[in-house]
Design a protein around this ligand. Structure first.
Ligand code: PLP
Length: 408
């Protein structure tokens, strides 16, 4: 008899976005003539930068010619892309990361979900609350979390992110081995300063812990004082893995390209305390289970680092940041407190009431879809997340509608 991985039954049944879809479907069935504006799920709306399209076309033509055709590429990514990443995203910011420490992949979701395979099932894990659900659910599937009771898994350590701590969590009171951090944060839009990250790096060094740093929204940082990478913090090379993605940087959500940085100096330990290279382990895992991102897509990603690419990407992100500014201005004028939306595409709004009730109110009375904060964790109760990923027209119309409904 084939038996199944029963850890799957511990996953929380109603996944946030499926519950939102259900409520939207019901509303649309009852109100077919009322058009909705979706500021919920964080998918981009604007087309790819022209330079990426050009690079892709050129690469497709190469694939049409026997002389330039390429079959399987290196699993870790072509060196032209790994070099461009190391130079532009890290060395240019003073972070000591080499091309061969970069693993190109088809998504930060897969990488941040798969990375836990490298660690034993006995480790203690800290996640922030609210949290990007992938970090939690992949550990549930792997059997590390225990059961979920009132929105929290028994064996996870939750790091509360609240207005009091500016949504940047304090160190845990008990020792933890693996720490998931995400800045700029999804869902809160909060950022972390150098000093705040330094506290975590020092903690990880003292406790022989590993930080999994998700920087998928790094490109939205405009404040020159804020770090873009954890490797800008001294000592982080020895204790951190970083996830990056072209999804939100250059509109690659449907094109798929990302990368993970695993420094060669990063070590895990056997039960006996012997050092093991996590770079070697991830390399082995990557080569065994992954066959590389397609050549035209890697060429498109490389083009992001050209002079024209940098300008086009900046313009794209400026566009979403202007949406975020418009949202902040409207919500602020209505008297709500919020975070995010300045170095991030997400605005996290304190509604002062139940998240789902507020969500329903905006859905039914303004026909605007948001994301209820409580879906990201208990500390999200009372909040909603609004995403700046939309057309200007839709954002402006959504804000007009929200103003009408919420004006007090
Ligand atoms: N990490 C965070 C925090 C995200 O919010 C997302 C997507 O929404 C991802 C990773 C996924 O990125 P990718 O499209 O590269 O899989």
């Amino acid at each position: 008899m084939i038996t199944v991985n029963e850890n799957y039954s511990k996953l929380q049944a109603s996944y946030l976005f499926s519950e939102i879809s259900k409520r939207i479907a019901k509303f649309q069935e009852e109100n077919p003539d009322k058009p909705l504006i979706k500021l919920g799920i964080g998918d981009v709306t604007e087309p790819l930068p022209p330079i990426c399209i050009e690079a892709m076309h050129k690469a497709v033509d190469e694939q049409a010619n026997r002389k330039t055709f390429r079959g399987y590429g290196p699993e870790q990514g072509y060196s032209f892309l790994r070099e461009a990443i190391a130079t532009n995203d890290f060395q240019a910011r003073g972070a000591d990361i080499a091309a061969d420490e970069i693993f190109v992949s088809d998504g930060a979701k897969c990488d941040s979900g798969n990375i836990q395979e490298l660690f034993s099932d006995k480790i203690s894990i800290a996640v922030s609350d609210p949290v990007y659900p992938v970090y939690v659910d992949t550990n549930v599937m792997a059997g590390r979390t225990g059961k979920c009771v009132r929105g929290r898994y028994k064996k996870l350590v939750y790091l509360d992110c609240t207005e009091e701590n500016n949504f940047c969590p304090a160190l845990p009171s008990e020792p933890v081995d693996l720490i998931y951090l995400c800045f700029p944060n999804n869902p809160t839009g909060a950022t972390a300063t150098r000093e705040e990250l330094k506290v975590w790096v020092d903690y990880a060094r003292e406790n022989k812990s590993i930080i999994l740093f998700d920087a998928a929204y790094e490109a939205f940082i405009r404040d020159p004082e804020l770090p873009h990478s954890i490797y800008e913090i001294e000592g982080a090379r020895d204790v951190a893995i970083e996830f990056r993605s072209f999804s939100k940087v250059a509109g690659f959500t449907g094109t798929r390209c990302a990368y993970t940085v695993v420094p060669k100096t990063l070590m895990g330990y056997t039960k006996k305390g012997e050092e093991v290279s996590l770079h070697a382990m991830w390399n082995r895992r990557h080569c065994t289970k992954f066959n590389g991102v397609s050549y035209p897509i890697q060429r498109a990603a490389e083009s992001v680092y050209s002079e024209a690419g940098k300008q086009q990407v900046k313009a794209l992100i400026d566009f979403y940041l202007e949406n975020a500014r418009i949202i902040r201005e409207t919500i602020g004028s209505l008297g709500y407190s919020m975070t995010g939306g300045e170095n991030s595409p997400y605005i996290w709004i304190n509604t002062g009431r139940d998240s789902w009730k507020f969500f329903d109110r905006l859905l039914k009375r303004a026909q605007v879809v948001t994301t209820p904060g409580v879906g990201f964790g208990n500390c999200g109760q009372g909040y909603i997340r609004i995403s700046a990923f939309n057309s200007r027209e839709n954002v402006e119309e959504a804000m007009r509608r929200i103003k009408r409904v919420l004006r007090r």
